[in-house]
Ligand binder design. Structure first.
Ligand code: SF4
Length: 244
């Protein structure tokens, strides 16, 4: 028997009290996106309500060692979502994803493809920092990944980019090298997913910068293709209905 996650049940109850019949479930979203029909945006405040419901989570041991829960940040109606593996030390200190040097580099890369943090959403598979920035362990992923999936059901992006091998292999359950994974396009929760280097890896090894730039140009082109955005034009406004 499958026992539903209590935090998610609590979220849906609260959400239903706020928004009544406008509650949109993930299965319906996936059917609509794959069928190519219009996807209605989630009700305003849905992502914040979910944050409020799960921010005190203690489902795994990381809940006891974290300084701050790191939910994610950006445009709650973004068409492009970046996913890292877990908060690092600065993120744990500040409660924000991708801050510090890697975050500054990510901002520069976004600017180079005509985007800002306000155009995209940035989050991690785990919401709490693993000690000494070790890789997530399977039990932590098992407990925390449902939160990521629910975030994606609310945001409804058209494209996901996994930043780094650990995030990619965690989401895709693949034991491939990043070099192999970045050549392919995958589907995660019914959404197209691409893989590229984590900005921290680019800071450690400048040899990764050229292939990463190739990846980000391809991500930019695919994002424009999926959203109908023209170079130099305004990005799709938050709250507009999304056509898949
Ligand atoms: S890592 Fe995820 S599952 Fe574990 S305590 Fe934090 S929010 Fe909860």
């Amino acid at each position: 028997m499958i026992i539903p996650d209590q935090n998610i049940i609590s979220y849906f109850k609260r959400h239903q009290a706020l928004f009544g019949d406008q509650l949109i479930l993930g299965e319906r979203h996936r059917e609509e996106t794959t069928a190519g029909r219009i996807v209605e945006p989630s009700p305003p405040g849905a992502l914040q309500a979910f944050n409020d419901d799960i921010k005190s989570c203690r489902k795994c041991a990381l809940g006891a060692s974290r300084r701050n829960f790191v939910f994610g940040a950006g445009n709650p109606d973004a068409d492009l979502v970046f996913v890292g593996e877990a908060p690092g030390e600065r993120e744990d200190q500040l409660g924000e994803p991708f801050v510090g040097r890697a975050g500054i580099l990510l901002d520069k890369i976004l600017a180079a493809i005509d985007l800002t943090r306000q155009d995209v959403y940035i989050l991690n598979v785990l919401k709490c920092r693993p000690p000494n920035n070790r890789d997530p362990v399977p039990e932590e992923v098992k407990q925390c990944e449902p939160y990521l999936k629910q975030q994606l059901r609310i945001i409804k992006p058209k494209l996901i980019v996994a930043l780094g091998r650990v995030a990619a292999k965690t989401l895709l359950r693949l034991n491939e090298s990043l070099k192999n994974m970045r050549k392919n396009s995958y589907i995660y929760e019914g959404i197209e997913l691409r893989v590229t280097y984590h900005p921290a890896a680019l800071l450690r090894n400048s040899n990764f910068k050229a292939p990463a730039w190739e990846d980000f140009q391809a991500i930019r082109d695919r994002y424009r293709e999926l959203t109908g955005t023209q170079p130099g034009s305004a990005h799709p406004a938050a709250g507009e209905a999304k056509a898949s």
